[in-house]
Design a protein around this ligand. Sequence first.
Ligand SMILES: Nc1ncnc2c1ncn2[C@@H]1O[C@H](COP(=O)(O)OS(=O)(=O)O)[C@@H](OP(=O)(O)O)[C@H]1O
Length: 883
Amino acid sequence: MRLFRVTAPPRIRRGLLFTIVMSLISLWLLMQHMSSPTDEKNVPSHGSDVVKHETSVKETTYTQNKNMRQPLTHDNSGKTQPIAADSAALVIVLEDEKQKDFGTQILVALDANRFRIKSVKFESQELPPLVKSGEGLFSVIIFQNLLTYINLKETDRAHIDNYCRNYGVGIIAFAGPSLDHEYSSQVGNFPMVMDQKLILKDLSLNKNSPVFHITKSEVTLKGILPGEDWTVFRSNHSTYQPIAQAKTSTQDMINIVPSVKPFLHATILQDLGHYDGIQRIFFGSNFSLWIHYILFLDCVRYLSGQRLSVDLKRYILVDVDDIFVGSPGIRMKPDDVEAMVVEQTILSELVPGFRFNLGFSGKFFQRGTKEENEGDERLLKHADKFWWFPHMWNHMQPHKYNSSSKMIQDMKRNKQFAQDKWIPVKQGYAVAPHHSGVYPVHEELYSAWKSVWQIEATSTEEYPHLRPARSRRGFTHKGIMVVPRETCGLFTHTNFFREYPGGKMRLDHSINGGELFRTVINKPVSIFMTHLSNYGNDRLGLYTFDKLVRFVQAWTNIQLTTLPPVETARKYFEIFPAEKDPLWRNPCEDKRHLEIWSAKKNCHQLPQLIVVGPQKTGTTALYTFLALHPYIKSNVPSEKTFEELQFFSGPSYNNGLDWYMKYFPAGKNSSDQYLFEKSATYFDSPLAPTRVHALLPKAKIIAILTHPANRSYSWYQHMKVHNDKAAINHSFYDVITAGSQSDRSVKSLQKRCLEPGKYATHLSRWLKYYSKQILIIDGDQLREDPVTVMGKVQRFLGIRPRLDYKHFLKYDSRKGFYCIVKHKGKSECLGKSKGRVYPPMEPTAVEYLNLYYRQHNLQLHGLLESYGLTVPEWLIRDVSQKP
Ligand SMILES: Nc1ncnc2c1ncn2[C@@H]1O[C@H](COP(=O)(O)OS(=O)(=O)O)[C@@H](OP(=O)(O)O)[C@H]1O
């Protein structure tokens, strides 16, 4: 432990002893080197109901040091070495296992902002490599506990420091909880002291600091800061400059020594890098003070040279679901409607474009008390002032309809209602009752929405899952954009402040820097869900958004805007284009999803085994042999691709899960029915492993490997008999050796001949998900000794009864392959397209391909061995040959 005491303990909060005062005076003298007192007057308050932002805080004397290093840019200008473009977004968090909660909070903050994270449990793990192929892997290094950093082993410390210097990377460190009996201590070998166990108040920011982005620099949080264990930093070295500073909470010493002003202590201190060439930012507390959360994001941005940065624009849309749905007593009365109109005007002045977006189910119109029915009429009177979107006529969940025609009929009824009441429904946006039908997808809903309302956008909380809320995402399906939906803490039952779970203070806390505030900070687009009942009675909905907007605008530079719903959805996918492609997950793995899934569907309609290929390795033979087992059942054939569905590797994926499941009509897939699918195109598809895993995380995977040269030649022959021009007009050797100038058709054939054979590359993608559920079959063995192979396969599947395939397979000397035993000893072989007779490969091609695949095969050998998987005989022979 290199942390040691250097001054007498200034136990400020506990007494007025002379020694303490003296310590404070000396502390103050030290601080004079780096600060001058800030005027106490004109300091705005924080945390109160009315959040006020004032800019009249007297300027500090911290001026931008001439020699100060400018924000890091990682511009690779030659001063520093490059950070790898593809991994530059990584933050490494060196967690302190003793304070798990705070470690989680840091990770959650980074994850919520979609920064890629590499987290290391530092006490039990080695320091990971920081550089790969000369490129830096991390943009910021974060130490959850400053002590972890300063107590690093000398070699590790040098390693990290050198990395930071060479790659222009900064460090963030949080002062952990103070150690007993230590109040002031030097921080490692830095010319800096930290004082701990302080109670502080009135936090202000050094507006000359270059770090602010989200946070407004000219604000002060007045009042006692949460917690009694604050750490402040002091130094007279010019490398240090405060970012945030606060006063001690004890005023008594000021009375004793009037000349001592309530000077400011640095609660967040920036090391500009003048001391040892590394920029660092030290935090004197965790996120219990809300502003630290946004300051942390700002510091990450600054130290990462803006690589880890979020835009300041935020798009918010407030949906008021079920505008007529609510039992008498909780609905809106005329006054509530008027208040809503007034608040909309106020909000639209603060948030350009703001309008409430009202969802209606016509059946419930005028179902309240007399006054509430007048409220409904008042809503219609002001109908043009709002945006409107359709729910279902009777609020029925789409997945509960027995027929799609009934659902369409109800939608049309709601449409007729809107027309009769002159409700302007022009937004191309709809929401389904209780999220039903949106995800998991109920295809009938999508087509009904399209045909009745021409819907272009919707929103749900359920994709991919309700929780954690920060991980909700969007997707597009059948021409409809599905945007994630956020809750603001208001539900149908939150109608009165006194009934708010945890009381009004809890709601205020969520708004004033808590969960709701952080949702707006973390998410560039938020579609909030509220209900009619939140706008009647105590009007919690109006209160929440008024306060939220004012709080965000008082303390941050965030620019709030509201766009019409479809534009909001477009904006979302403009920001996150990669999300357009859905990733279908298994509804049976999420209780909520199961509840909103049609009763017509069941969890037994999905395969438990996938034979992934690659092509031309014997996959059809294996498919046929598997299907001989009475309990193993394949999908029904596709009209276009026959026995192969090619769902996970091709355009069919966009047809959705219902499309895939219709090929497994078996109904039950319990112990007596083992469903499988084989599509040889999956093996080398970059997307397939992730997609298969998302839907079938428990599935077993089989891959067959033959020598890639033979596989390649077999593909060429296959294309030749299918009249592929390139294959007919060019020799195999010409195809595989074709240069970049060659015909497109030749290059395309070359690609399909050569690429799938790079087995190690493709297999490693599958191993990422299925390392313990994968069987590698030696393709040569499958051809020569399928009986043994089928024994292995059955053991791998754990299927019973186990068939002895010697009774079912027989070598056919005419064909030169094993075929299926039929009645009276006759055999049935695979069709003409399998096991064709063609001339052996030209020696030049053999030589070329052996060399071509040499490295790939060596890699494959290493990969299979490292995972303890079967290494095919042909591979053992191949790698043992001299190059
Ligand atoms: N029992 C049996 N009968 C016929 N063929 C057999 C058998 N076992 C393995 N093989 C080998 O399988 C090769 C065809 O592979 P695939 O079925 O995977 O081809 S495809 O990708 O589905 O088109 C096929 O390749 P070709 O000989 O080039 O046709 C065979 O080598």
